[in-house]
Design a protein around this ligand. Structure first.
Ligand code: FE2
Length: 389
């Protein structure tokens, strides 16, 4: 009996200690920061903390002054005048100058309690010290050249992604595309970051922007509907135009590959209506100055247009006529897990480069030449394509 009482006391003490440790766990940045939706005048910065917090970004020009020369301007994560409290933080920096390098730090401060109008906070946590600030360079339509890397169909093989990024050296590029199916399904936040984003953040995404074209596998899993909390979080849509120098990229979301009524989707999808709305947006986007004046026009679309599966046919019927009319130079796709190069034909008036799941594409452009190289995991170039004006 005495032993039982002793064990019970020890158990209660252990539980109490564990609870105290849990309560004392400090606020930390779990994931990120990383750049999203870079343009000549704006960029969004995203990161995740373990505690509910308010957040902001400090910004400084890259002018040789010490970060501590003066208090740097802060931009807060806020909505309708109230600072946003949450674990996923997204701040849009506006009014930036094109082709300009900036330094930044992100901050989060845990919100401990609200009592009437009184709010209690914990200590602040920052991405870096002032001696190790992160940097980015804004886009510029008038740049004479640009370069990019595209990967796709990684399916949470973070080691393969790491291998590709080591070969691609994206820090030497203007931008990186993730062209869909980076995961097989999205079950939770931890899986999302362990699957590919932690590798991306470590490799380049704090300094070079990543643009995401959603694939048909990011649409699956219990966490799939939260996708936009992390990617393009302050944009209206997951499809958009991105212009850097001589190239305007039309980033499309091709949705799911089977009919919405398919048994595999359990009645949770509505992609036909989604793609119809996207086509309406596309029709207007293709009339924009940034698109019309770009020497090269490139569509980024995970599912290539074909007649076989429903999603492929939707791309063919809803997007391709508009892209034909807008005289797109080429479409870059994935999805098939094999390398395919398709020439233009009577229905699709532009070539399509379908990248496999075990290679990446290195792109570079001037105002009169666009070169695409396909690089295998051993670093060898397996194919290339040059378009000239
Ligand atoms: Fe796919």
């Amino acid at each position: 009996m005495k032993t039982k009482t002793f064990n019970l006391v020890v158990l209660i003490w252990l539980l109490g200690s564990l609870s105290a440790v849990a309560q004392k766990e400090s606020n930390q940045i779990l994931y990120g920061p990383y750049l999203q939706n870079m343009s000549p005048n704006e960029v969004s910065i995203v990161w995740v903390t373990n505690k509910t917090a308010v957040s902001w970004v400090e910004l400084a020009p890259d002018d040789g002054t010490h970060f501590y020369l003066q208090e740097r301007p802060k931009t807060f994560a806020a909505n309708n005048g109230i600072k946003t409290e949450g674990r996923i933080h997204a701040v849009k920096l506006k009014g930036l100058t094109p082709s300009t390098k900036y330094r930044y730090r992100v901050f989060s401060q845990e919100v401990l309690n609200h009592e009437g109008t009184r709010v209690t906070y914990s200590a602040r946590v920052a991405s870096t010290t002032a001696y190790e600030t992160l940097t980015f360079v804004t886009n510029d339509y008038s740049k004479n050249s640009m370069s990019f890397t595209m990967v796709n169909d990684i399916h949470a093989r973070s080691g393969v992604l790491n291998q590709m990024l080591q070969l691609a050296e994206p820090l030497k590029n203007d931008l990186v595309f993730f062209n869909g199916d980076m995961m097989s399904s999205i079950e939770n936040e931890e899986a999302l970051f362990n699957g590919f984003m932690n590798v991306a953040v470590k490799s380049f995404a704090q300094k070079v922007p990543m643009y995401y074209a959603r694939g048909n596998h990011e649409t699956r899993g219990a966490f799939a509907s939260r996708f936009q909390n992390y990617f393009s979080p302050l944009n209206p849509n997951l499809y958009y135009l991105i212009r850097q120098g001589p190239v305007c990229f039309v980033v499309l979301d091709s949705g799911e590959d089977k009919p919405d009524s398919d048994i595999e989707y359990s009645g949770i999808t509505d992609y036909d209506a989604f793609r119809t709305a996207e086509a309406e947006w596309l029709k207007e986007a293709l009339k924009s100055k940034e698109f019309l004046e770009a020497p090269f026009k490139v569509a980024i679309c995970h599912i290539p247009p074909r007649k076989d599966w429903h999603g492929e046919a939707e791309v063919l019927n809803k997007f391709v006529p508009l892209l034909n009319e807008a005289k797109i130079d080429i479409m870059l796709s994935g999805h098939l897990h094999k390398h395919v190069k398709e020439a233009s034909n009577s229905q699709v008036h532009f070539p399509i480069l379908i990248n496999s799941n075990n290679s990446f594409v290195k792109g570079s452009a001037t105002t009169n030449t666009l070169t695409l190289e396909v690089i295998a995991l051993d670093g060898k170039k397996t194919d290339s394509l040059t378009l000239s004006k």
